[in-house]
Structure formats: C-alpha cells, structure tokens
Design a protein around this ligand. Structure first.
Ligand code: NAD
Length: 409
C-alpha cells in the first residue's frame, strides 16, 4: 500500500463507522490541489540536473493548509498526497486552525553540496510561491530538511511577496523561529506517554522504551523519557542499533552520537539490528524513523504493550490489525506526533503578532493542546469501544466535515 492508500484506508474505516455518506466521504478524501513541478538547478560542476518537486494541498476548510517539505529519493506524488491528508486529520485532532498539505522533492540530499541544496530549495520555492503563503499554505521541516532550509524558503518567498516569516515554520531562532520547536514532537510524545501510562496504570518511572530512529524525534524522545525516569533499552538508526535490558546510559549515548554521527558502536550495550529494536523486550515501542516499517510480520514480533507512533504512518493497516487482535495499544501518529505541528502553529502565531514567547509558555501551551486532544480521543475510544486510531479519525472527520458543511460546498 502507498502512504496515500494507508491514510485513505484509515479515513474510510472511520468515515463508514460515522456513516457520513459516500458523497461527503469523497469530498473529504479528494485533495484541493496537487502540483508537480520541475526543479532544475546547476550543479557546482556546471552540469544541469532536474528533480521532481511536489506540493499537495489536501483540505482548507478549517484554515490555511500546513505541512512539511521533505527531500528524499523515494518522494513521489502518492506519498505526498498520503502525508498531506494525514496533516488534515492531525491538525483537526489537535484543533489547530489549519488544514493539511505536504511537499517534497525527489532527491538524495546527501549527494548535494550545501550550495546545491540552497539552489534546489530556492528553485522549489520559485515554482510554488504563488500557491503558498501565510494565509494559504505554510511549509515546515520534514525528512532531511532543517532550520537552514526553512530560512532559505522564507528568504526566497519574501523576495516575491515582501517580508513573510509566517510562510514557513521550523526556522532558526535567530530568524523568527520558536523556542521549543526542535524538541516539540518528542515533548508531545512525552506528554501522551504520561497520559497513557496513567490511564493504563503503569508508572512512567522504570517504564522500558525501545526507540527505532534516532533523529530529531527519536533522540529528543529518548532524552525526555530518560528525564521522566524511563529506561531506554534499545535504539537504532539507519546504520544499526544498540540494546541493554538494564537501560542505556542516555547522556553517554548522546556523546557517542555527537562524536560518531550514529548510535552504532556505542559501548554501553550490545550491538543489534533495527529489526531487533522493533522486537525488543520493552513496555513502549516508539517507531520514529520511516513510514511502513512495522508490517504484519514485524507486528507479530513486537513485545511492547504500547506502540507510540513518533513517525508518520510507521505501522501498516495489516500491522494495526495484528496489534488489535493481540491487545497491543497503538497511539496513532495523528495524535502522538502532533507536538511538532502544534509548536509550528505557535511559531506562526508569534510571527503574525510580531512577538516571541518564552519556552515555558510554549511548553505549557503544548501540554494543554496535547492533553485536550488525548482526552477527546480517549473519551471517543471508551464510549464507542473503538481503537485509539479510529477514534482519532472520528474526532478529526467530525471537525473537518462540520467546517466543510458550515462553509457551504
Ligand atoms: P530525522 O531525519 O531527523 O531522523 C530520522 C532517523 O531515522 C535517523 O536517525 C535515521 O538514521 C533513522 N532511520 C532512517 N532509516 C532507518 C532505518 N531503515 N532503520 C532505522 N532507523 C532509520 O527525521 P525526524 O524529523 O526525526 O522524523 C522522523 C519521523 O517522524 C518521520 O516519519 C517524520 O515524518 C516524522 N515526524 C517528524 C516530526 C518533526 O517535528 N521532526 C513531526 C511529526 C512527524
């Protein structure tokens, strides 16, 4: 299944439970706009290279559309469409005044120099600048795009439309970024983990976590769970993994990653593969790398009681069914990893109001948004006896559907 099919699968499953009717279902599933653009740049050696760029704007009934920009060799129209629709449901679950969008360029950024990457980013903005904007469609970071890339987006867009920091979030702090944005997705996971552990009667201190992916989301999650007294028993990145049933020394692991760029080779545990991390003996599994890594086979091997989706769409629908049958509690991406877009929203608000919040205010507001979203989803789950994922979609579809009908079709 492509990511578009996965997102569509969950959407349709919930829409049928809600009995919204086929016409509204089609209306909500169909994106507002899909564009594919040519991104041609001159390489440092004088050669011309052409890449494909995408922007999908899925829904704008609840506000301007919001979604990241990713640079990855496997980016295609279908993936971007699936991720754009996930953003619609994610912003609705958290009740942010946004719709959903996503963009990407099919490129391996590790093969480009910094100057080439800058030219690529600026060219992409040249091609979509008329379709995006602070009240239309706001970009943000995603896989392989960082605050520097966001700064180039802001600068290039501003050349066409005047000074516009609010066209993109995840910017550097020195250039209208928000305090707390970098760790926001992981902090959201931490808040949700606290709520869940309380609800299922497990103490967070001593809870054992396995984390697949050690980038922005995975590494900050490891640090924050460790701060809460959790044990990080296994971690992996694209190069390999390390495990220790007694808990890894997290500060020492960070030092190792700072020196070597990977968790592989860390001396405080035994080397292991990414598959072993997914199947590690733990209480909470946090997939925080790529989409689709947990399929039905991997789901059978999972030993965690709780799966907290840090990545977007890490579990396939088949895996979801396995978890449901096995009684493993899955906290879906559109709830669990919504901390990032929530603080992106705070950044946009600060940019529009020309003021800055301190980190304490950002984290307090983030906590409120995540707690309210969790409580609503958990309440639907309890009252309708539905899994958390379906409940989150029910909440989101209700909000988007109501806004669509109120605005008029
Ligand atoms: P990142 O690029 O910072 O980190 C990705 C990590 O995954 C790296 O450690 C990488 O080595 C690892 N990885 C890649 N392939 C792997 C493999 N085959 N096995 C094991 N590890 C592998 O990305 P990120 O920002 O941390 O995002 C991770 C996921 O979370 C993505 O799905 C992204 O869409 C999602 N997400 C990110 C945010 C955010 O704010 N950054 C918000 C919501 C969702």
């Amino acid at each position: 299944m492509t990511s578009a099919e996965v997102a569509n699968h969950y959407f349709r499953k919930a829409a049928r439970i809600m009995d919204v009717g086929e016409r509204i279902e089609t209306l909500l599933a169909t994106p507002v706009r899909e564009v594919k653009v040519q991104v041609s740049i001159e390489l440092d050696n004088g050669e011309i290279r052409t890449f494909q760029g995408f922007r999908v704007q899925h829904d704008n009934s609840r506000g301007p559309m919001k979604g990241g920009l990713r640079f990855h060799p496997q980016v295609d129209q279908a993936e971007v469409l699936g991720l754009a629709s996930l953003m619609t449901w994610k912003t609705a679950v958290t009740n942010l005044p946004y719709g959903g969008a996503k963009g990407g360029v099919q490129v391996d950024p590790t093969q480009l120099s910094l100057k080439e990457l800058e030219r690529l980013t600026r060219k992409y903005v040249d091609q979509v600048h008329d379709l995006i904007g602070p009240t239309q469609d706001i970009l943000g970071p995603d896989m392989n795009t960082n605050p520097q890339v966001m700064a180039w987006v802001m600068d290039q867009y501003s050349k066409y439309h005047g000074h516009s920091p609010a066209v993109v979030t995840g910017k550097p702090l020195e250039l209208y970024g928000s305090k707390g944005r970098e760790a926001a997705t992981a902090r959201g996971l931490q808040f949700i983990a606290r709520e869940i552990s309380r609800d299922v009667g497990l103490a967070l201190a001593g809870l054992r976590f396995a984390i697949h992916g050690f980038g922005n989301v995975g590494s900050h999650a490891a640090r924050l769970f460790h701060e809460d007294g959790g044990l990080i028993v296994a971690v992996s990145d694209v190069h390999g993994g390390v495990q220790n049933p007694r808990g890894l020394d997290v500060p020492a692991l960070f030092e190792h990653v700072r020196k070597t760029g990977s968790v592989r080779g860390f001396g405080g545990g035994a080397a292991c593969s990414s598959e072993e991390v997914l199947a590690a003996d733990c209480d909470v599994l946090v997939p925080a790398a790529l989409g689709g890594v947990v399929d039905a086979r991997a789901a059978q091997a999972v030993r965690a009681k709780i799966v907290l989706e840090g990545a977007n769409a890490p579990c396939t629908p088949e895996a979801d069914e396995v978890f449901e049958k096995r009684g493993v509690l899955v906290v879906p991406d559109i709830l669990a990893n919504a901390g990032g877009v929530t603080v992106s929203y705070f950044e946009w608000v600060q940019n529009l109001q020309h003021l800055t919040w301190d980190e304490e205010r950002v984290n307090t507001e983030l906590h409120r948004v995540m707690r309210e979203a969790y409580e609503k989803v958990a309440q639907i789950s309890r009252s309708r006896k539905l899994p958390l994922r379906t409940s989150a979609y029910v909440l989101a579809i209700g909000r988007v559907g109501k806004a669509t009908v109120l605005r008029g079709i």
